[in-house]
Write a protein that binds this ligand. Structure first.
Ligand code: F6R
Length: 260
């Protein structure tokens, strides 16, 4: 795992975006795994700048969102279908027909989840998966005790996740109780993972995921099983790391051929 600690959230966005841009430059039809929430906003902002500067294009790329609420109307401004359309498809210039979000409104949710997982596989797998991490250690909406082998499925949101996401809704009651999320096994199948975190609220989860034991209690610790995971943090999110100085030293001495 590569751990990069940077001074500001904007720098986190710039370096994570550089990693994703390097994938799209090599493979214009790359499959991008898309996270929602606050963390990746800095990444999308920097990617948009690169698109506008003509450095990269997502016109041929494909996208698969990590998760969606169950039962939320498609047109609700906080459905992840709406968020992905507003924050990703429009600003980055994806072809809307090439971006999918799990169908949290399907009559048969189990079948829809299985079909979504198969569609990712049929697309050749995710080339680079963007991830955030919840304060409780979740990635995607794989809440604590999610199996490392799990595939896309319906989960019950943890009370702390509903409370954290209530800021996007008028009240806590409006936050759906369930979601459909790529599983940890699905996420681990991606060729590369890029997790971004900024802010003090993420420090404990980041430390547990990176330096704690491999445990389904901290779903983010699944990154330890992946052969190509990059974690990009600001100083506040990195505050709980014991080996922070080692990670800084490693990044400062990164050989030129390894840079992206
Ligand atoms: C979003 C997702 C979640 C978030 C996490 C952090 O698609 O899957 O894992 O990344 O809840 O959310 P923020 O970034 O809003 O703090």
């Amino acid at each position: 795992m590569e751990i990069i600690i940077l001074p500001t959230p904007a720098e986190v966005g710039r370096v994570a975006a550089a990693k994703i841009a390097s994938v799209v430059q090599k493979k214009p039809a790359a499959v991008i795994g898309l996270a929602t929430g606050s963390s990746p906003q800095v990444v999308y902002a920097d990617l948009q700048r690169r698109v506008e500067a003509g450095e990269i294009s997502f016109a041929e790329a494909r996208g698969f969102a990590l998760d969606e609420y169950v039962g939320i109307p498609l047109e609700h401004p906080e459905s992840y279908a709406s968020v992905i359309a507003r924050d990703v498809i429009g600003p980055l210039g994806f072809d809307p027909s090439r971006v999918r979000v799990p169908d949290g409104r399907a009559g048969d949710l189990e079948a829809a989840a299985r079909e979504y997982d198969a569609a990712i596989r049929d697309a050749g797998g995710v080339d680079v998966q963007i991830l955030g991490i919840g304060a409780n250690g979740h990635i995607g909406f794989n809440e604590p005790t999610s199996s490392f082998a799990s595939r896309t499925r319906v989960k019950t949101l943890a009370p702390s996740t509903r409370e954290a996401n209530a800021r996007f809704f008028e009240s806590l009651d409006q936050v759906p109780a369930h979601c459909m999320t790529q599983g940890l096994g699905t996420i681990l199948d991606a060729h590369e993972l890029v997790l971004v975190a900024h802010g003090a609220a993420k420090a404990a989860a980041v430390a547990a995921a990176i330096e704690g034991p491999l445990s389904s209690f901290v779903p983010g610790s699944a990154l330890q099983l992946h052969e190509s995971a990059t974690v990009v943090l600001d100083e506040e999110a990195a505050a709980g790391l014991q080996l922070a100085n080692y990670y800084r030293h490693t990044y400062d001495h990164k050989p030129e051929w390894q840079r992206f």
